[in-house]
Design a protein around this ligand. Structure first.
Ligand code: PEP
Length: 248
């Protein structure tokens, strides 16, 4: 049994209005009563960070979904890591495949954002994952290695401030998941890669991509999987709690 404390993080993407705070309350209540042996995090849209921190920040970790590399300045529409921290966030997702595809973010941008997260005292959740084409071409591990090398900042990174999420692009929001062997192969590869540096050896490695209550136990039991990054199934308390329950 690994001594790495698991993390179950929910990514609400561009979903959620003020009324959705009730769902976060139900998640926090449920996670408390299940005494989950895991950290629980919700990453709502930026508009809900402060109210969600006020409502449930004492029970679960609240994080952002992206940040700008700069602390402030002329970047209309963007939010800095410092602003997320000021709103009460304790973490931020960077390099999600939807940011990479919708906004053309490259791994160098992701590294700069992760660096900004650390500068602001936030935990960086750095996402990596292969496309369907890369997997079909047998290039999964090459793609993951390339993204890890270029997306993780060179300095200041350790297991206390950085989490890696493996999210196969083709598994996000599709209902498809890799086989347990495929997840084990990628997570084993990531663990070996990170273990080249003692400070990174114990980093939490999350699996993300169509995690739901019915497949969570199998996915979370795979070696070197230290929790989940959950999209769609984190929007409803019953579904998200069904995943958290794996660690109860
Ligand atoms: C995600 O957005 O990070 C994700 C994994 O989405 P889903 O769980 O809906 O596949």
């Amino acid at each position: 049994m690994s001594d790495i404390r698991p993390l179950v993080a929910g990514n609400w993407k561009m979903n959620g209005l003020a009324a959705s705070i009730s769902e976060a309350l139900a998640i926090a209540d449920g996670a408390n009563s299940k005494r989950a042996n895991a950290d629980v995090m919700l990453c709502p849209p930026a508009t809900l960070i402060a109210p969600m921190v006020a409502a449930v920040g004492g029970d679960i970790i609240i994080g952002g979904q992206d940040c700008h590399r700069a602390a402030s300045g002329a970047h209309t529409g963007d939010v800095s890591a410092e602003m997320l921290a000021d709103a009460g966030a304790r973490a931020v997702i960077v390099g999600h495949s939807e940011r990479r595809s919708d906004h053309g973010e490259l791994s160098a941008d992701v590294a700069a954002k992760a660096k900004a997260a650390l500068r602001a005292g936030l935990t960086a959740i750095i996402c990596v994952g292969e496309t369907a084409g890369e997997r079909a071409a047998g290039l999964t591990l090459k793609a993951i290695e390339r993204q890890l090398m270029a997306s993780i900042p060179n300095a200041g990174v350790d297991a206390s401030n950085t989490v890696i999420a493996y999210e196969p692009v083709w598994a996000i929001g599709t209902g498809l998941t890799p086989t347990a062997d495929d997840v084990a192969e990628v997570h084993g590869f990531m663990r070996a890669y990170l273990s080249q540096d003692d400070a990174r050896r114990q980093m939490r490695l999350l699996y993300g991509g169509s995690v739901k209550p019915s497949n969570a136990a199998e996915l979370m039991a795979i070696a070197n999987v230290n929790g989940a990054l959950v999209g769609g199934a984190s929007l409803k308390a019953d579904d998200f709690l069904g995943i958290i329950e794996v660690y109860a």
